[in-house]
Ligand binder design. Structure first.
Ligand code: XIL
Length: 302
């Protein structure tokens, strides 16, 4: 196969990218998007601040631009993200208690209902675990509404969009020996044992020298999959360049391919210049849209 999507499809997987609505007029960007990718995540446009800027007033214009472009090209969509401590609208940031819990659940229900039937997988909850060695939850206004906020969000999402896969998504959960990874694992294990509706775990996979691709990545993905969930690489980018970067991209790709329930890989942007990273060259295409060594290393093993 000669594109990432076609190559991933050979094993029944997808290859996706984050898309920004304000770049859909850039013909180089859209050309690569249409050619190479078969799954799309809105980079910011489906987040809480974008979709509910005022309480109970929903705004889907930019998200719809991405969804309609993708569906028009026969691509599928990952919905990102229904509930998160970050990128909350101002009205929500200082809420607490029952009012916040109900506002969060209403948001999950409204957004998942609006897109019902159009989303392959929702990131229902994003980044709810703490960094460091605690293995516990991140403190946030949502966490302070009660430890059951995550399962409540998943139940609301299932009721609103029963055909979509429901994912928990986080970063720095790639290394099996890290406490954060273990904390998420225990939550998924608990959800599965109690029948809380969860179908998948997303690994953001933002890598750099301080957080390198772990040599045990296959183990992490396999152990989560063994709980009875799909796993997905959801926001892949890797700082660096040249052959070193290409080898790391290849390692992540092989880790996914080695786990039957790893259903696909999404990179967090198209060209290096599209990256959310302030500097560096973490993606598969250079600023001019040329394929990098990392691109070829991924395509060669898919
Ligand atoms: C980032 C976007 O790429 C930026 O444009 C935005 O300013 C901040 O958010 N984890 C996530 C993504 O789940 O939503 C984040 O996206 C990157 C980290």
């Amino acid at each position: 196969a000669s594109t990432l999507a076609a190559a991933a499809q050979q094993s029944g997987r997808y290859f996706g990218t984050a898309v920004a609505a304000n770049k859909l007029g850039d013909s180089t960007y859209v050309g690569i998007l249409n050619r190479e990718f078969d799954m799309v995540t809105a980079e910011n446009e489906m987040k809480m601040d974008a979709t509910e800027p005022n309480q109970n007033q929903f705004s889907y214009g930019n998200a719809d631009r991405i969804v309609n472009q993708a569906r028009g090209q026969g691509k599928r969509i990952r919905g990102h993200a229904l509930a998160w401590h970050s990128q909350q609208p101002g009205w929500m940031q200082n809420m607490s208690g029952t009012a916040l819990r109900n506002a969060m659940l209403n948001h999950v229900t409204q957004v998942a209902t609006y897109y019902r039937g159009k989303i392959y997988a929702w990131d229902v909850v994003n980044e709810a675990f703490a960094d460091g060695n605690s293995g516990g939850r991140r403190d946030s206004n949502l966490q302070r509404t009660g430890n059951d906020w995550i399962e409540a969000a998943f139940r609301a999402a299932r009721a609103a969009d029963p055909g979509a896969k429901l994912c928990y998504n986080d970063y720095n959960t790639d290394n099996w020996s890290h406490a954060k990874t273990q904390g998420v694992y225990r939550m998924v294990q608990d959800f599965k044992s109690r029948g809380v509706p969860i179908d998948c775990v997303g690994f953001q996979a933002h890598f750099n020298s301080g957080n390198p691709v772990p040599s045990n990545y296959h183990t992490t993905l396999q152990n989560f999959a063994a709980l009875g969930v799909d796993v997905q690489i959801t926001e892949l980018d890797i700082e660096g360049s040249g052959n070193t970067q290409a080898q790391q991209y290849q390692g992540v790709t092989q880790a996914c391919l080695s786990v039957p329930r790893c259903t696909g890989i999404t990179v967090w942007g198209i060209r290096d210049t599209d990256s959310w990273r302030a500097s560096g060259t973490p993606l598969l295409f250079d600023g001019s849209g040329n394929k990098k060594a990392a691109y070829n290393s991924v395509l060669n093993v898919l």
